[in-house]
Design a protein around this ligand. Structure first.
Ligand code: ADP
Length: 193
């Protein structure tokens, strides 16, 4: 089995490209989605303890409020990471066991390199797009301000830094070309098994 890591900054288009893997019936592990699920189940008590139970006042986690808290305070961000990252890594180990017979699986994470999660991958694909285009995409997708996008971007490594660790880089400006590149990469990786 090959574990493919798929990463890219916010708005680069990694969720969009992940859909292509899904369409090929390749098992995918969506780290952010899993983290969010865990924050609303297993980790709820611990997060309430550190960040206040009012974050769950509506019944599920107010992710915007939590983001506002941690992005203003690096210590709180580290606390949150120390709660979330080990739980996600554990869930990923279970995912691998469940899909033990698959030829390839994909681990998608916005911060694959930042968290060190890339060490669980055999081949890392970085999705890139021009910064202004990424900002425009996220403003449209999430109906948020430019400042809100920049605040989230500033907590991620620059593409230049990520490129040094990536095995392949996909420039996702034209989706058709990017998908074609992805198809080629997967083919090469499967042939090499
Ligand atoms: P990420 O998961 O990296 O944050 P998404 O896959 O959600 O990014 O893409 C961000 C937005 O940009 C989505 O609304 C998506 O439909 C759009 N998008 C993705 N790739 C392209 C592209 N090549 N051209 C135009 N829009 C794109």
């Amino acid at each position: 089995m090959i574990v493919i890591g798929l990463t890219g900054g916010i708005g680069s288009g990694k969720s969009t490209l992940l859909s292509w893997f899904k369409s090929k019936s390749i098992p995918v592990f969506e780290s952010d989605k899993v983290a969010n699920e865990l924050l609303n189940t297993k980790l709820r008590e611990e997060v309430s303890l550190h960040f206040g139970a009012n974050l769950y006042a509506t019944g599920s986690l107010d992710t915007q409020a939590l983001a506002a808290l941690v992005f203003e305070n690096n210590n709180l961000l580290q606390t949150l990471n120390s709660i979330v990252h080990p739980a996600v890594a554990h869930a990923f180990t279970l995912f691998l066991k469940t899909n033990i017979k698959a030829k390839a699986v994909v681990k998608e994470a916005a911060i694959l390199f930042e968290t060190g999660a890339y060490k669980q991958c055999d081949f890392m694909i970085l999705v890139c797009a021009p910064k202004e285009e990424r900002i425009a995409r996220v403003m449209r997708r999430d109906s948020v301000s430019r400042e809100a996008v920049l605040a989230r971007m500033n907590h991620q490594w620059s593409d230049a830094k990520k490129r040094t660790l990536a095995d392949a880089v996909i420039e996702n400006t034209n989706l058709e070309e990017a998908t074609h590149q992805l198809e080629q990469l997967l083919k090469e990786q499967l042939e090499g098994l």
